[in-house]
Design a protein around this ligand. Structure first.
Ligand code: ZN
Length: 258
């Protein structure tokens, strides 16, 4: 099994998960059908399924074209997205097990960015595809849920094993780390990761994947219990409590303006 990132649009990632034996492949989130199909062809793979994390067009824009061009392809996405995922053939719910391209995966309901946002977790691959909920050193904007919804969704992901690889929906890492350093400048793991990310991006290289363990050390949205982050936030908001949801909401609001 291998995971092949396929850059989409300006900063999106589609991911091909390919079974080296059967040559069957599954794509997680596809904005542009042609770039994904070119990669499938170049590698001699057979595309059998699409897994959509949420309904936004930069994650599902390629679904209709893939359904038209690839006979028999299955398109998975959350029932909770209320019919907004194009060309859906297999609606899924939180906790479902799916079997695609020789691989067993689990559907994790992680709403807040959208009401039906899901992640796909493959324990055998130690890989998590989390769309726009968890980013490297960041998290998605809360469009359809509340801060508490996002906190619960992020906790669910943070509870996965530390060596789980995190494949997220966008290349936002460098900017996210720059923001993280404004609220937790004394975190040595964060400084190190920022320097690494700047060097990677200077060479036009990807920063994915991360791991759940690394995110717990560097991602401010998973670190609402950090004394330094709390102190940073309270300097500009003296009335702020230690409630993790309040801390999260304040962090998210600051990042929205960053
Ligand atoms: Zn989105």
């Amino acid at each position: 099994m291998s995971v092949i990132p396929v850059p989409q649009l300006t900063d999106n990632y589609a991911y091909l998960v390919a079974d080296d034996a059967s040559r069957e492949a599954t794509v997680i989130d596809c904005a542009e059908a042609d770039t994904v199909l070119d990669e499938v062809k170049r590698r001699g793979l057979k595309l059998v399924a699409v897994l959509s994390t949420h309904w936004h067009g930069d994650h599902t824009g390629g679904n209709t074209a893939l359904a038209a061009k690839v006979a028999g392809i299955r398109i998975y996405g959350a029932r909770a997205e209320g019919g907004r995922i194009p060309a859906l053939t297999d609606p899924v719910d939180d906790g479902d097990t799916i079997q695609v391209g020789g691989l067993a995966g689990r559907v994790l309901g992680i709403p807040a960015h959208t009401n039906g946002h899901v992640a796909y977790y493959f324990a055998s691959l130690k890989a998590l595809f989390c769309g726009d909920t968890l980013f490297i050193a960041g998290c998605g904007r809360v469009f359809e849920g509340q801060a508490a919804t996002m906190v619960a969704s992020l906790r669910k992901l943070a509870a996965l094993p530390d060596d789980t690889q995190v494949f997220c929906g966008h290349e936002y890492t460098e900017n996210n780390l720059r923001f993280a350093l404004t609220v937790e400048p004394g975190n040595p793991a964060l400084k190190k990761k920022y320097e690494w990310a700047v060097a990677r991006r200077r060479e036009n290289k990807w920063t994915i994947p991360s791991t759940i363990g690394e995110e717990k050390q560097t991602n401010p949205f998973l670190r609402t219990d950090s004394a330094e982050i709390r102190a940073s936030l309270k300097r500009s908001n003296p009335g702020l409590s230690d409630d993790p949801v309040e801390i999260f909401a304040q962090l998210r609001a600051m990042k929205d303006r960053f």
